[in-house]
Design a protein. Structure first.
Length: 455
């Protein structure tokens, strides 16, 4: 019998790192490679062949993971050329873009990766929702996904301030101003986050610390748990047509090479597109932050523009707290209330659900701008109800009217399409999602000086 110690030293080192062959030769070695590899261990050894369809997942979960890795690598590189101080931060960014080889490219990659990750994570959440991937036994993993989405927003928000230019300074001023409206603890929490009464050097240091330490640790930890739970909960849902019965024993294939090859292709295409975009479009940088000169209009980061638009129509407590919390709370509890297990794997639950979703999009695109215009030029609840506190006249009263409109939409869709409760809830969700998208677009492109509507 041969003695392993008789092998050449390089071979012994190689064998101590890689237990099996680097290129597996059969299904047994492919399964063994998945089990023994730290990264691949997040995958099952085999998976249903139908789940490999690109039109099921669109590779969004893997894209988010790739973008997170890009952010970590480029972030570490940027740390070597940046000082979190108002006296140095802006000049460091200028020097990075002009004096350091590929500094502009690295900053562009980091900036656009952060924005892309937010969009991809949100689309991934929608994909899971519309294919029923949040129902039993995947409810808790849905909550982990929501946590990752919120951490992604936090990562973008804290990183937004770091260039210390006018755009960043006043966007963070507007964004953190929303915290003040939280009852009881709002002003205190705002001072803790800002490190004082206003955006200052302490704020920059706080945001930098959160951006490079606490938030990345949270993202990596929860993302690892999230991927592991995908495997333990049975993998992604198996797609099927609306009239197709559930296949109790779907055909299975090995993860290597079928899934890994596809993930590699998606990652390479994503990286190629990201590099191309980063070479063509620079990350924005305006003049040095000036606390004494506010731009007109001063806007929050684009992903908070929907909330800022709501602030123009509702009392701050309603717009900045009640509505967002109600939305997040509904998303969190929905998997535990939705018991429609028969439609798992079917896009939009049914053919009827698809038509209802399309109807909801059309209604949202038409009604939301009309309500915004009506409130801008005609509706005046505080003037019509001067004896009521503004929280009621400009907050709870218009909110109650909106809820009545939603209830009418819900009942109309349910009766008009003879739909199930779950199909109607989905249509209502699509309506609200469309309304949020319209409000965000209005805030970004159709609000001018004084936040007045412009055409």
């Amino acid at each position: 019998m041969s003695n392993p110690q008789q092998s050449p030293l390089p071979q012994r080192i190689w064998n101590s790192i890689f237990r099996g062959p680097v290129v597996p030769r059969d299904d047994r070695e492919r399964k063994l490679m998945v089990v023994e590899n730290l990264v691949l261990h997040l995958h099952p050894t085999t998976l249903p062949e139908k789940t490999l369809q690109f039109s099921l997942t669109w590779g969004l979960g893997g894209m988010a993971a790739v973008l997170l890795l890009v952010l970590i690598v480029t972030g570490v590189m940027l740390m070597s050329a940046y000082t979190p101080s108002p006296d140095r931060a802006y000049n460091d960014i200028l020097a990075l873009q002009t004096n350091i080889w590929f500094g502009q490219l690295v900053r562009n990659l980091h900036h656009w990766s952060g924005n892309a990750m937010l969009v991809v994570a949100f689309l991934h959440m929608l994909r899971v929702f519309f294919t029923g991937g949040f129902r039993a036994p995947r409810q808790f993993n849905w909550l982990l996904g929501l946590s990752l989405l919120l951490l992604t927003v936090a990562a973008n928000f804290t990183g937004y301030l770091l260039p210390w230019d006018q755009l960043a300074f006043w966007a963070i001023t507007i964004g953190t101003g929303l915290i003040e409206y939280i009852p009881f603890i709002g002003p205190w929490l705002q001072r803790v986050i800002l490190g004082g009464p206003e955006v200052s050097a302490a704020t920059l240091l706080n945001f930098y610390s959160l951006h490079i330490a606490l938030i990345p640790i949270g993202l990596l930890g929860i993302a690892s748990f999230h991927f592991w739970r995908v495997r333990k909960d049975g993998g992604v849902v198996v797609p099927r047509a609306p009239a197709e019965a559930v296949d109790a024993k779907p055909k299975r294939v090995t993860t290597i090479p079928h899934l890994v090859q596809r993930e590699l292709v998606v990652a390479l295409v994503l990286l190629a597109g990201l590099f191309l975009f980063a070479m063509l479009v620079d990350a924005p940088l305006e003049e040095l932050a000036n606390p004494d000169h506010s731009p007109n209009p001063a806007k929050a980061p684009w992903y908070f523009m929907g909330i800022q638009e709501l602030l123009l129509h509702f009392h701050p407590l309603v717009a900045a707290l009640l509505i967002p919390l109600a939305g997040l709370g509904t998303l969190a509890i929905l998997p535990y209330l939705d018991a429609d297990l028969d439609s798992i794997g079917i896009w939009f639950r049914s053919v009827k659900g698809r038509w209802m979703g399309l109807t909801a999009v059309v209604v949202g695109l038409l009604v939301t701008p009309l309500l915004v215009i009506a409130d801008e030029y005609w509706l005046d609840f505080p003037g019509w109800l001067p004896s009521l506190p503004t929280l009621l006249s400009n907050g709870l009263v218009p909110l109650a009217l909106i809820l009545l409109l939603l209830l009418g939409f819900y009942e109309g869709m349910k009766k008009g399409f003879a739909a199930t409760r779950c199909e109607t809830i989905q249509a209502t969700f699509i309506l609200l999602l469309t309304a949020l998208a319209v409000l965000t677009a209005i805030g970004i492109w159709f609000r001018g000086p004084g936040m007045a509507l412009v055409w």
